[in-house]
Design a protein around this ligand. Structure first.
Ligand code: NAD
Length: 477
């Protein structure tokens, strides 16, 4: 596939930004009802163009229509629904109680839109990860410039068309293109930058944001460990791990990256994975390469990266338990399960972001807690098992963006949970109310009374009487 990049003129980027900056003055006065009207228009477009969205993603990486419906369209419709149902409450100024020293004051937290926001999105869930943050930005009352990924050109072109058809140029503009377009955008003094992508590019984004002291939300990636305790149901764990690892051809930021299975259960887990993978993705003849239910690797570069990773693991002693058939011309990469994997292999050192699943065994919980804590904090951590004491230890003694027990990835879909990483896997949260907050300035507004106030007793000059009063107040705390 040839990536055809659309390059906007630099002056076009800068003019669009200036125009958005100008119109935002009137946008900040808009009512919540006007924001909702915009979101309803977006919902109508998404529903009317479901087939076009499916076709764009099929053209980009043969993503199955059912996966487009469940992992791209449904989460966006749910974001819109959450915003429509709750925006009046989210956007309403919230009263806060006065503390002892604040007696006589009245305070609220106002939620004001941040202003002109930039959204830079990745290719792996190209519609969901562009339109989802867009919903949050619009719900919070912002104007937006969106840069979708150059790696999924059909979907990016469709997102561009969607925004032209649904929004005015004042509300939302889309710039398609690659790194150079992104870097031009990042030079501008946006009020907020919402970036989803790799940790290495996240650092570039944060550096650029620092030049303008723009706030950032960074939704990044990393290696998400999946622990299978001896108390787990091996068959159920295998099915759930296989679905979430191999859906989207393994190109999921919160996919189980590798498995740490207790040595007493690893053999059963592998046996069930061997059964589950063809049952889930094999289609009618159980041949995954013929199945319409299995997506493709996004491009040749990523295909080569993954096949090199697989070769590297094998050369360092890994056993291929199942899968591994590759067809470069079709970018078909069969699900692979590996055992006996060396820690020095690339599959254990880099985020895999593809359909290779290393299974490592462990003997004691101490061992795996130490292993996880010695590495960058993951975006997600999964545990399968029923022994509560062990689950609690893992939750308390490790740090990760999210945790899901007895399933993988579904925490992303829960509308009332914040989604995001920690340190190298991300900064800030998104989804639902948390997405609204990411794009809002929580502005405290305190109103002092007129006449005598509590603070009057602490004013200079600091006479013995004032000092006695201060001493008396300090004793209250
Ligand atoms: P990427 O970081 O390569 O690209 C993301 C975006 O940044 C694209 O729009 C791209 O054009 C732009 N970009 C790339 N290089 C740039 C540069 N040097 N300067 C400025 N902009 C640049 O990521 P990707 O390959 O599209 O996506 C895969 C990564 O994203 C994985 O690490 C994955 O874990 C992560 N991810 C995270 C989440 C999440 O929600 N936390 C979701 C999806 C993907």
């Amino acid at each position: 596939m040839t990536i055809i990049e659309k390059k906007p003129l630099l002056s076009e980027i800068s003019n669009t930004f200036q125009q958005k900056h100008g119109v935002f003055k009137s946008f900040r006065l808009e009512s919540v009802a006007e924001r909702k009207t915009r979101l309803r228009k977006l919902r109508t477009w998404v529903k009317a163009n479901q087939q076009a969205i499916r076709e764009a993603m099929h053209a980009d990486f043969r993503k199955p229509a059912a996966e487009v419906d469940t992992t791209e369209i449904l989460p966006v419709l749910d974001e819109i629904k959450q915003a429509l149902d709750n925006l009046d409450r989210w956007a309403q100024a919230k009263k806060v109680d006065a503390s002892l020293t604040m007696l006589g004051t009245r305070s609220v937290i106002m939620y004001e839109p941040k202003g002109v926001c930039l959204i830079v999105s990745p290719w792996n869930y190209p519609f969901n990860l562009s339109a989802g943050p867009l919903v949050s930005a619009l719900a919070a009352g912002n104007v937006v410039i969106l840069k979708p990924s150059e790696m999924t050109p059909h979907t990016s072109a469709l997102i561009s068309r969607m925004c032209r058809e649904v929004f005015t140029q004042n509300e939302v503009s889309v710039f398609e293109g690659g790194t150079d377009v992104s870097q031009e955008l990042l030079k501008l003094p946006f009020d907020h930058i919402f970036f989803t992508g790799s940790p290495s590019v996240g650092k570039i984004v944060m550096r650029a944001a620092a030049e303008n002291l723009a706030s950032v939300t960074l939704e990044l990636g990393g290696k998400s460990p999946t622990i299978v305790l001896p108390s787990a149901n091996a068959k159920e764990a295998a099915q759930r791990i296989a679905v979430t690892k191999f859906i989207n051809n393994g190109q999921t930021c919160i996919a189980p990256d590798y498995v740490l299975a207790h040595e007493s259960i690893a053999g059963y887990l592998i046996k069930h994975l061997k059964e589950q993978i063809p049952a889930l993705f094999g289609g009618t003849d159980k041949k995954i390469s013929n199945s319409p239910d299995y997506a493709r690797i996004v491009n040749e570069k990523h295909f080569s990266r993954l096949s090199d990773m697989l070769r590297d693991a094998e050369s360092k002693g890994a056993t291929v338990e199942t899968g591994g058939q590759l067809d470069f011309s079709q970018r078909f990469f069969e699900p692979v399960v590996l055992s006996n994997v060396s820690h020095a292999s690339r599959v254990m050192e880099e985020e895999i972001f593809g359909p290779i699943l290393p299974i490592l065994t462990y003997q004691s919980l101490d061992e795996i807690i130490q292993y996880i804590n010695a590495r960058p904090k993951p975006l997600a951590l999964y545990v399968f098992g029923t022994r509560q004491a062990e689950i609690t230890r893992i939750k308390k003694e490790t740090s990760s963006g999210t945790v899901c027990v007895n399933d993988c990835a579904i925490q992303f879909l829960h509308p009332n949970l914040p989604f995001g990483g920690v340190n190298t896997s991300g900064i800030g949260k998104s989804h639902g109310y948390y997405g609204f907050l990411a794009f809002s300035n929580e502005k405290p507004v305190l109103r002092q009374r007129t006449g005598l106030t509590a603070f009057r007793f602490f004013y200079p000059p600091y006479t013995p009487g004032v000092q006695r009063m201060i001493g008396w107040v300090l004793k209250l705390f």
